[in-house]
Design a protein around this ligand. Structure first.
Ligand code: NAP
Length: 311
């Protein structure tokens, strides 16, 4: 496919940051193309219920919110191509995004690629994905209806996953490596109220059991070093996320964890290139902060184009 048009703004990633950037860009009179590899909403689509995005008193599912954000930007003229970007050339003029659908060109680029699930690194983990190992409880939880599962992690995601799965599964064991959860205290009472949920603290999942499907997980207690096998049909790994920055490595400055270094202006080390949402260095990665970044990135993209007589 490809397109020889030189867009004012090219947004890489159609999550909340990306589509907010697109909305603000087109409303400022700029031409804008979003390249997204999955569906409008990006990783937000994996969240069954979002209760902390303002304006939805009953909550909203991620797919619906993502779809609405995409449509909102499209209403004012933002275009979307669904394709995976395989290379980004940010120092060229115009800047280039290469995809299996061809190449796309723009004067400014907003990188809104987000972050992806972190792996535990256990033997067989990769091979068992979809055969008992999962990273998205709200996507795959239904496959474990009436079964026993473990969730690994102690942050808000792991706890939310454990609570969600406890409504579907026969039993859930939440395995966390420290003696206290990282998750917000607001989750503690609902966790304790669940009769089919066991909290296993100070412990690590050290091995996956099963030949063709997961049959259990070996747990090691930190203090005693004691190991035991916990029989489960599924293990959900929810230990945080890593930024998706492979495409910009060597072009944009990254911090030690791989996030694109950019302050509240979303400006990166390259003029005309901005980083918005979870992929940027920032203290709080939430949908609401991602949308804020998107608006800011579009604002400064418009300023860059104006100052460079390109708009
Ligand atoms: P997170 O807050 O970084 O928590 C990651 C958890 O995984 C921590 O408990 C960590 O243990 C554990 N962990 C990391 N590496 C591990 C390893 N190799 N082995 C075992 N455990 C490991 O990540 P998150 O829960 O995905 O949340 C990401 C962000 O999204 C956070 O800012 C969170 O607040 C936000 N979020 C918010 C909501 C909400 O507000 N409702 C819901 C979901 C996510 P330690 O505690 O020992 O470091």
């Amino acid at each position: 496919m490809g397109d020889t048009t030189v867009f004012d703004v090219l947004v890489i990633g159609g999550g909340p940051a990306g589509y907010t950037a697109a909305l603000y860009a087109v409303r400022a009179g700029l031409s804008c193309l979003v390249i997204e590899k999955m569906a409008a909403g990006g990783q937000m689509c994996e969240t069954a219920m979002i209760d902390n995005y303002p304006g939805f008193p009953e909550g909203v599912d991620g797919f619906t919110l993502g779809d609405a954000m995409g449509k909102g930007a499209a209403r004012f003229g933002a275009k979307t191509v669904f394709a995976e970007v395989t290379a980004l050339r940010l120092t060229e003029s115009p800047k280039v995004a290469v995809t299996a659908e061809g190449s796309f060109f723009a004067r400014t680029v907003i990188v809104a690629t987000g972050a992806t699930h972190r792996h535990l690194g256990l033997d067989g983990e990769q091979a068992m994905i979809g055969r008992g190992v999962g990273y998205c409880a709200t996507c795959d939880g239904m496959f474990y209806r009436g079964k026993r599962v473990a969730v690994v992690g102690g942050g808000n995601s792991a706890v939310a996953d454990a609570l969600y799965l406890s409504g579907i599964c026969q039993h859930v064991t939440l395995i966390h490596r420290r003696h206290e959860l990282r998750a917000s205290p607001i989750y503690l009472a609902p966790l304790k109220a669940k009769e089919n949920l066991t909290l296993t603290l100070n412990s690590r999942a050290v091995a996956l059991l099963g030949d063709t499907r997961i049959t259990g997980v070996t747990v090691e207690e930190n203090e005693s070093g004691t190991r035991y096998d916990l029989p489960v049909d599924g293990v959900f790994i929810s230990i945080g996320r890593d930024p998706i920055t492979a495409l910009v490595k060597g072009q944009l400055t990254l911090d030690d964890s791989g996030y694109i270094v950019a302050d509240e202006t979303t400006k990166t080390n390259l003029a005309g290139v901005f980083a918005a949402g979870d992929v940027r260095t920032k203290p709080l990665r939430q949908i609401v902060t991602a949308t804020a970044d998107g608006a800011t990135a579009a604002y400064f993209a418009e300023e860059y184009l104006r100052q460079n007589n390109n708009a």
